[in-house]
Design a protein. Structure first.
Length: 586
């Protein structure tokens, strides 16, 4: 068993890396805003603080998008900082930053001293995680719960008991309350316990049976935490069955697995960030991870420092890893695949949890619609597996009582072979044989374009009208409703489509159409439904920039470089409905 107490040097490194990660996630505090469809849903759901019923008054609209944990935290943030886009995004920024030391803790207790600093470095500089930590989405909150659930799962399997089952059940319950696939954390821990009956671990078969028995207590705790939300959903029209049917519509069959996998790996490249030209942020992440692990696991051993071979190995791993990670953002996926057989058969249950979690998510994730943010759990597992790979580079890096299932040089060479195969596959498949991936923007790019457009609508478009609108009908992303509703002293109502608007429109209305939902020129929207033909329509398009994350969500195929330029401009078409004289915009 490795020493699970934090070494002072490693704790200092993790703290410094957490600070670096916080700077990146809070970069440009005045230039973050809501732009994604789901962000508006959560920002509006957080206004439960205004309801006399409290949390029970949360809008049922959020049910299709997420369980209650993130909207609850958004409401708490509103209590302290006021109802604003900044208050909603702050939750993701804070919890995204806290994920860094959480990953460090799991890395150290899984793979030993040095792995914590390495895993924390990889997390701190992760472009995709930085990008989604700057958005009011559930994913940063979920990833923190996910990482801690797996960490407590490994801890539980090492010595099953009721005191270790309680925190495991708590974290699985919170993960399920953050995202509807949170139950997978508990399933992975259970799968690992069953795997121990097939491939015995340090626990032995009796220990695996004990883990299964105590695991039922953890499952009961997780169910109790999630039960209130289940009851809330069940009380709505259609009940929980309607929710399951909704999510099933996003699932695809085996025939689309490969195409979804290619899109999601391309999205990871698009969000990885660039240092210069084709060199990504992964180079910096590996550099810090390697040096951090060396400072803890290698420098502490005098006999290793005096070894010429160890010095050569350090320089080789530093240079080769920096080069591969810099040009192949998805190299960790191939490294994890290459090392999987050895990680899954490692004698320590905590290592098996990480390995089997990667296997489960690598298989299941591409069956869902290829949203870039769904790759985040795999990213977190890559941070952990790479931290373990660094420590597997030689026995002198790790004291004999802390080595990972290695008793002889022959045993050592097997996982090294898998690591070498993974690196070679990454070099060939990611840099030579893969389709061209597009780099769309920086993970720390401004995301306040939609807010600026809405502010211009309020400041210039509406005052320029001959008469003040009576109300605003919005066919757009929910953030537009959030922004206009907080800035206008008139009703702002979101409608699902143009047909609904046409059935209730009247003179004096203002209609706002979103180019993300209607990706064509304003004139192409006409002739509109007959109900519009009795009104005079005046178009006033307002323009802004769409962040990379929202572009990829709307069209995942943009991550593949087909040579065509990408239009990053967003457009809100503001239509003023006036007198009955027909006047189509051109």
């Amino acid at each position: 068993m490795p020493d699970t107490s934090f070494h002072r040097r490693e704790a200092t490194l993790v703290a410094a890396l957490t600070l670096l990660g916080a700077i990146l996630r809070f970069w440009g505090p005045g230039r973050v805003g809501l732009n994604h469809f789901d962000e508006g849903i959560y920002a509006l759901a957080g206004t439960w603080i205004r309801s006399p019923r409290g949390l029970a008054g949360m809008s049922p609209e959020v049910i299709a998008y997420a369980p209650p944990l993130f909207p609850t935290l958004v409401g708490v943030s509103y209590l302290f900082f006021g109802i604003s886009d900044v208050g909603a995004i702050l939750v993701s920024q804070v919890l995204g930053t806290l994920t860094i030391p959480a990953v460090g803790w799991v890395g150290r207790r899984t793979f030993g001293p040095g792995a914590g600093a390495a895993a924390a470095a990889l997390a701190a500089i992760s472009g995709p995680h930085i990008a989604f930590s700057r958005m009011a989405l559930t994913d940063s909150t979920f990833l923190l719960c996910w990482v801690l659930a797996l960490g407590f799962g490994g801890r539980f399997l090492e010595r099953p008991g009721i005191l270790r089952a309680i925190p495991l059940g708590l974290m699985v319950g919170l993960a399920q309350n953050a995202k509807y696939n949170g139950y997978l954390t508990g399933g992975i821990v259970g799968f690992t316990a069953i795997w121990g009956l097939v491939v015995p671990s340090s626990l032995g078969r009796s220990g695996s049976w004990r883990a299964i028995a105590y695991g039922l207590i953890a499952a009961a705790i997780a169910l109790a935490i999630y039960w209130p939300w289940y009851q809330f959903v069940q009380a709505q029209p259609g009940g929980y069955a309607a929710l399951l049917k909704h999510h099933q519509s996003y699932l695809s069959g085996p025939s689309e697995w490969s195409s979804h996998w290619k899109l999601q790996t391309a999205q990871a490249t698009a969000l990885s960030g660039r240092i210069v030209a084709n060199v990504g942020w992964g180079a910096i992440a590996w550099l810090l991870a390697w040096i951090g692990a060396w400072a803890v696991a290698y420098r502490r051993l005098p006999e290793s420092r005096s070894s010429r071979w160890n010095g050569m190995r350090f320089r080789l791993g530093l240079l080769l890893g920096t080069g591969v990670m810099g040009v192949a953002a998805n190299a960790p996926w191939w490294v994890a695949l290459g090392m999987l057989p050895w990680l899954a058969t490692d004698s320590r249950p905590s290592v098996r949890v990480v390995a089997l979690a990667w296997l489960v998510m690598a298989i299941l994730t591409p069956f869902y619609h290829p949203y870039a943010r769904l790759w985040l759990p795999l990213h977190s597992l890559h941070w952990l597996i790479l931290s373990g790979a660094i420590l597997r580079t030689g026995p002198d890096w790790i004291p004999s009582d802390e080595r990972i299932c290695i008793s002889t040089w022959r045993r050592l060479k097997a996982p090294q072979t898998g690591l070498a195969v993974g690196v070679l596959a990454a070099i060939v498949l990611e840099t030579v044989a893969s389709p061209r991936h597009r780099q769309l923007g920086s993970p720390i790019e401004p995301t306040d374009g939609l807010r600026q457009v809405c502010d211009r609508v309020v400041a210039s478009a509406i005052p320029g009208l001959q008469s003040t609108p009576q109300r605003v009908l919005v066919v757009s992303r929910p953030p537009v409703t959030f922004y206009l509703g907080s800035r206008l002293d008139m009703p702002v109502v979101r409608r699902p489509d143009l047909a609904t608007v046409a059935s209730e429109i009247r003179p004096g209305d203002l209609v706002v159409l979103d180019s993300l939902l209607f990706p064509m020129k304003l004139s192409d929207l006409f002739p509109m439904p007959r109900a519009f033909s009795s009104f005079r329509i005046r178009g006033m398009p307002q323009f802004g920039d769409t962040p990379t994350t929202t572009l990829l969500d709307a069209d995942p195929g943009l991550a593949l470089d087909d040579g065509k330029p990408v239009d990053t401009r967003m457009r809100l078409n503001v239509l003023s409905v006036g007198d009955p004289k027909l006047d189509w915009p051109r």
